[in-house]
Design a protein around this ligand. Structure first.
Ligand SMILES: [Zn+2]
Length: 307
């Protein structure tokens, strides 16, 4: 069970307004270790607004959301990063997209009833986890497979970072209905004068409680964990909800069904209505729109007939 990292009863006072939906970097200069603390509040609530996820699904999705922001802050890219988990058991899909400016969106799909075993591996079944980074400029894509080694999303990603980036990393994630949050600690390349620092700093990090991560301000978290360490805290950056859906993308998706199928739906329902799974925005297509889509399509996609 991974329930220890989930907290439903948050007895702490909520984070200050200006600490919500923020990511903070900090550095242990002498130890050559960096850290990130991410907190998603209104952004996380917006992501759930059009869904009524079962608690356990919601919490895993929230963990991936917080992790995606932490990874975006530490991996170098200029574009978007998508973490996608697919499974053949109750949790069929989780997709989280985070841009390098911390614009983020997320969705999960699941089948009920959920099984009794609700650890992440059981919920995914025979599943896989893939990280895709797409550079905005040249649309170049990098894809990495995350092995499902360990018992939590944090452990899967720690393994990925050591294998792909050769960076020793510890990740702590927490989620409830109001917030999702994460703490990342990472050993940077190079020598450190302080030999025991990694063990000491990660051990202290592991004492963070989910309710502390979710409810406390950054300075308070750092004070509780690291009041004896030299820390440099950087200015916070904002996290926001960003959905990249568009009528054009939905149109392209509609082309995957045949003109005949589309016409049948129009006949039955008067129009075709497609809701964005991430933000809930509704895109409507009437008979004339559909006729236009398939005319364009036959002209552009099948030039071979003319040759
Ligand atoms: Zn959308």
């Amino acid at each position: 069970m991974n329930a220890s990292s989930h907290s439903e009863n948050n007895n702490f006072t909520a984070k200050s307004e200006n600490e919500q939906d923020k990511i903070n970097r900090f550095l242990f200069d002498k130890a050559n270790i960096r850290g990130e603390i991410a907190s998603l509040n209104k952004v996380w609530q917006t992501m759930q607004a059009n869904h009524s996820y079962p608690e356990i699904i919601r919490n895993y999705l929230g963990e991936v959301v917080a992790a995606s922001v932490l990874l975006s802050a530490t991996l170098k890219f200029d574009g978007s990063m998508t973490i996608q988990a697919s499974g053949d058991n109750a949790l069929t899909l989780m997709v989280v997209e985070c841009h390098n400016d911390f614009g983020v969106r997320a969705v999960a799909k699941y089948e009920e009833p959920l099984p009794e075993e609700t650890d992440i591996k059981s919920l995914l079944g025979d599943g896989n986890l893939v990280i895709t980074i797409e550079q905005a400029k040249n649309k170049e894509r990098y894809q990495g497979i995350v092995a499902l080694e360990g018992n939590s999303i944090a452990e899967f990603l720690e393994g990925y970072l050591i294998r792909s980036e050769q960076l020793e990393t510890r990740i702590f994630l927490a989620c409830d209905d109001k917030a999702s949050a994460g703490l990342l600690i990472q050993q940077l390349p190079g020598q450190s004068d302080d030999e025991d620092s990694w063990e000491r700093i990660t051990h202290l990090g592991s004492t963070i409680k989910p309710e502390e991560l979710l409810g406390l301000d950054v300075k308070e978290i750092l004070h509780r964990l690291y009041h004896e360490e030299d820390i440099r805290l950087f200015d916070a950056q904002s996290i926001y909800f960003k959905c990249s859906c568009s009528r054009e993308k939905v149109t392209n998706m509609l082309r995957s069904i045949s003109h005949e199928e589309a016409s049948d739906i129009i006949k039955e329902q008067g129009n075709i209505s497609v809701d964005c799974e991430f933000c809930g925005k509704e895109y409507q297509f009437d008979e004339i729109d559909i006729a236009g889509i398939y005319t364009e399509h036959s002209q552009t996609s099948d030039p071979s007939i003319r040759h």
